[in-house]
Ligand binder design. Structure first.
Ligand SMILES: Cc1cc2nc3c(=O)[nH]c(=O)nc-3n(C[C@H](O)[C@H](O)[C@H](O)COP(=O)(O)OP(=O)(O)OC[C@H]3O[C@@H](n4cnc5c(N)ncnc54)[C@H](O)[C@@H]3O)c2cc1C
Length: 379
């Protein structure tokens, strides 16, 4: 066992940290206030290879593994969770669905520009009546000559408006239930495919979350991802990897919140000394640091196993549920350590807390993660 990042991995970590502190940190407050989705950042992320982290170079990717991927998402999220979730959704949901289940032609046509960061990806599983129960998908795709006619809508889709390529699932045979759902690739501008309501969110406000609508949208058969009927099963496999990135998002947010609290505790004086000299504050910091470290180890273990080609359903759900709940606890304690100032927008603690909450919801809620883990334990 080796608990250290390799020299190369450490370099990746430091270069992303430098980038996040230089290019993202100065804008975080403004983007959050205005809900600005920073499209102007995408070419810079692409230049660093962050839009194709986990894909081989032959498909325009950076050829890295999940250890590097988790490290990168953690470092981005330490500064701004919105950028972290954006890079995560682009990589592990949309692009990875095409990488894992697409034909060679689909990979050349869609994955290459996605991985190079020339295009932005979105992924649509969730619907108004199909959240935790994704098998409740109502959108339909009816077979026509040469393709499928799609009707329905998807909710809470990251990059629904700016996304160029969207992988989404629809029911192709309702009688087959979860084996009657199929994945398709949609392109921005396709007739009958359009973005709808943008959400006004509690946190991660600089990441774009909106609905998409399909109204008699014809999608050619060559845009079907894998065999008809396998879309739900594919989506569950995609989420196994995606949850590692949500664990990384959570660890990064927690780390940022902890560092801000640590710094503040040394600066703030009460009763004639820095509050960091009070044992009550020290114990908070000790618990925060310990829980972050435990969450990070779960994250890296799931990432390591994924890089070994192992099934990570249980491990990624464990990392996700634990890290996301740590993130909420740690960022709440960060506010407490800041006292009244933590409750204001003059300090970053309140934003870390708002951002952290998504981690217990997106890509499966904490309740669903516990169901996934229990199912694996009992099977
Ligand atoms: C910012 C953001 C970005 C997102 N990005 C995407 C995206 O890019 N693509 C996409 O497809 N989706 C996306 N989502 C959707 C997200 O994955 C869903 O919100 C999530 O899966 C929960 O679904 P829901 O919101 O419908 O909640 P519900 O399923 O309605 O859950 C409500 C509550 O009931 C609980 N619950 C439900 N079923 C059970 C059960 N069987 N046992 C116990 N408790 C249960 C849940 O845990 C939760 O507490 C995003 C969401 C957000 C907020």
């Amino acid at each position: 066992m080796n608990f250290e990042l390799s020299e190369e991995q450490q370099q990746v970590k430091m270069s992303v940290r430098e980038f996040a502190e230089g290019e993202i940190a100065p804008h975080v407050r403004e983007w959050d206030e205005t809900q600005h989705f920073p499209v102007e950042l995408l070419p810079k992320l692409a230049e660093l290879g962050l839009m194709g982290i986990i894909f081989p170079e032959q498909y325009g990717g950076a050829g890295m593994g999940y250890i590097e991927y988790a490290t990168i998402i953690e470092e981005l999220s330490r500064v701004d969770g919105s950028v972290g979730i954006s890079v995560a959704a682009h990589n592990s949901l949309c692009s990875n669905h095409i990488y894992m289940f697409g034909t060679e032609e689909q990979k050349q046509k869609y994955l290459v520009p996605l991985a190079r960061g020339e295009q932005l990806g979105a992924w649509g599983l969730t619907e108004a009546n199909a959240g935790s129960d994704a098998s409740g998908t109502r959108s339909t795709a009816v077979k026509k000559d040469g393709g499928w006619m799609v009707n329905g809508s998807k909710n809470f889709i990251t990059h629904a408006i700016h996304g160029d390529t969207c992988v989404a699932v629809a029911v192709t045979d309702r009688s087959m239930r979860t084996k009657g759902i199929t994945a398709f690739i949609f392109e921005k501008g396709m007739k009958g495919f359009s973005p709808a309501k943008k959400e006004d969110k509690l946190g991660l406000r600089a990441s774009e979350t909106a609905s998409v609508v399909f109204e008699d949208c014809f999608v050619p058969d060559e845009n079907r991802l894998g065999e008809a009927g396998l879309g739900f099963i594919q989506a569950m496999q995609i989420l196994d990897g995606g949850r590692i990135s949500i664990a990384a998002l959570a660890v990064g947010i927690a780390q940022g919140a902890y560092e801000s609290a640590l710094k503040y505790s040394k600066e703030r004086q009460q009763f004639g000394k820095p509050i960091s000299e009070f044992q009550a504050i020290q114990f908070k910091l000790a618990d925060m640091a310990t829980e972050i470290e435990a969450a990070r180890l779960l994250m890296y273990r799931a990432a390591f196993l994924k890089d070994q080609g192992k099934k990570v359903t249980k491990e990624s759900a464990m990392a996700k549920v634990y890290a996301s709940e740590v993130s909420v606890r740690v960022s709440e304690e960060a506010i407490q350590i800041h006292g009244g100032y933590g409750y204001t927008k003059d300090y970053p603690a309140e934003k870390y807390w708002r951002d952290s909450k998504l981690c217990t919801i997106g890509e499966g809620t904490s309740e669903i993660q516990r169901m996934v883990i229990a199912r694996q334990l009992l099977s």
